[in-house]
Ligand binder design. Structure first.
Ligand code: UDP
Length: 468
């Protein structure tokens, strides 16, 4: 007899550390604040060393198991990442159903959570009789608004988004110029477009949508989505959830030792996420722009990619070729007193948390944006793919937490944007002040009784009524 077993939550994680990390944080929060346990269900395709090490470091309340591999060999070569993830999810429904049935027998399974490309897994949750289905949306309310409107936009926007004469206006959102609209929507003949429209409809089957964002960074859509609307699940902004403990990465690290020797807020950190790579020419202009800016910099360099912004290390962040070979001649030597260039990977959160970091030139991946805001670091936006261009618009044109590098990406423009964010007295000062304000708002929301904590507690509160 004794105490009832803890509520258990199963979560399906689509590939990419950018999906795994925030979902794992959610699981940890459910465990620490609400006494729940969780199972993270992963795809066989993402069994990378990075991911395995990460899963192994989770607390005992959070376990993980991998789905069996599914055959994707019939998909065309070069299929978009969104298509691969969506297909892998759809084809995993039978195996996932078995896993959920098993979890129902062995735990008090109260809820199932899918992430942005995993909505088809709701079918498995329904078949297994799991009482509640949630969507965890790891990016922001702007992108969520767009995806929820896709089934109607599919009808009302006949051509390509990039050809729209006017920016796309959605309820509460910063208007998004056509070319900046979510990348997988930019070519309607690509199966990834159909998949996104499909997800937009499928999201409506969720009992609630939990979003890794917070009101202050996007007040417009927050105001709208916080209101109940018929036919749309309730939306709960529960962020910013970023990786809280830095675990084994806390050892000595050349980047941190270098930062320790720099003055307060003097360094711009330059990084394009776990998979971003620049075209060769832009990488060169960036190097020369950083040099021209006269600012101190810490740059995570990756070998360039001229075929597209995501390089082949998306699933495992190791740069295959020597990225230093692509830097302008003499660059490292000329900048050695003010800059540090590190290959492939840096402990980003530790860097952003460091007192010497004063700016972040970022690809605007949503996790990077949230980490920057949590540590109060103003941003220079240099978006690459996925929803990053939209994020750049909302950050620079909307809330004012970033300055965007102009599309031409010339060295002077890069230097000017970097200088402005680091020490500019007009726009730069406004961006720095806004980011300080957002940092405060983010921390307040996560505190007991704050908006994010209350939103999550409200979701958990429904678990006690009507057990499955
Ligand atoms: N990251 C890191 N070091 C790096 C590059 C990335 O620690 O050199 C982490 C970063 O802190 C963030 C995640 O990887 O948590 C990247 O997620 P984001 O959503 O920003 O971009 P994505 O990698 O999905 O494009």
């Amino acid at each position: 007899n004794g105490a009832p077993s803890p509520p258990h939550v199963a979560m399906l994680v689509t590939p990419g550390m950018g999906h795994l990390i925030p979902l794992a944080e959610l699981a940890k929060l459910l465990a620490s604040r609400h006494g729940a346990t969780a199972t993270l269900v992963t795809f066989a395709s993402t069994a990378s060393a990075t991911q395995r090490a990460f899963l192994a470091s989770l607390p005992p309340a959070v376990s993980s198991l991998a789905l069996p591999p599914v055959d994707l060999s019939d998909l065309p070569r070069g299929a978009a990442i969104e298509t691969l993830m969506s297909e892998e999810c759809a084809r995993s429904v039978p195996a996932l159903t078995d896993i959920l049935l098993r979890l129902r027998r062995t735990t008090r399974l109260v809820a199932f959570v899918a992430d942005l490309f995993g909505a088809d897994s709701f079918d498995a949750a329904r078949a297994a009789g799991v009482a509640r289905r949630y969507l965890f949306f790891p990016t922001n309310l702007h992108v969520l608004t767009l995806i929820l409107h896709l089934p109607e936009l599919d009808v009302s926007v006949p051509g390509e988004f990039r050809d729209l004469a006017e920016p796309l206006r959605l309820p509460g959102c910063v208007p998004i110029p056509g070319p900046d609209v979510l990348m997988p929507l930019q070519d309607k003949s690509n199966p990834s477009y159909k998949w996104m429209v499909h997800h937009g409809a499928k999201y409506r089957e969720a009992d609630a949508i939990l979003v890794n964002s917070f009101d202050a960074v996007e007040p417009g859509p927050a105001k709208i989505l916080r209101q109940p609307a018929p036919g749309r699940p309730a939306v709960f902004p529960i962020g910013p959830l970023i990786q809280a403990d830095r675990g084994s990465s806390d050892g000595p690290c050349p980047c941190i030792e270098w930062l320790d020797r720099q003055p307060d807020r003097s360094v711009i950190f330059v990084s394009f996420g776990s998979g971003g790579a620049l075209p060769t020419e832009q990488m060169r202009e960036l190097a020369l722009g950083l040099e021209l800016s006269g600012q101190r910099f810490l740059w995570v360099v990756r070998s360039p990619s001229d075929e597209g912004a995501v390089n082949d290390n998306y699933y495992d962040a190791e740069s295959k070729k020597d990225p230093f070979a692509y830097l302008p001649e003499g660059f490292v030597e000329r900048t050695k007193d003010v800059g540090l260039v590190v290959p492939s990977w840096a402990p980003q959160i530790r860097v952003l948390a460091h007192r010497a970091t004063g700016g972040f030139l970022t690809h605007c991946g949503w996790n990077s944006v949230l980490e920057s805001l949590v540590y109060g670091v103003p941003m220079v936006a240099w978006p690459l793919y996925a929803e990053q261009r939209q994020n750049a618009v909302m950050l620079s044109e909307g809330v004012g937490a970033a300055i965007r590098v102009p599309e031409s990406k010339g060295r002077e423009k890069i230097a000017a944007a970097v200088r402005e964010v680091m020490e500019g007295e007009g726009k730069g000062a406004a961006v720095r002040a806004k980011v300080a304000e957002l940092q405060k708002a983010a921390a307040e929301g996560l505190r007991e009784g704050g908006a994010a904590a209350t939103a999550l507690a409200e979701v958990v509160g429904t678990w006690t009524c009507g057990e499955n």
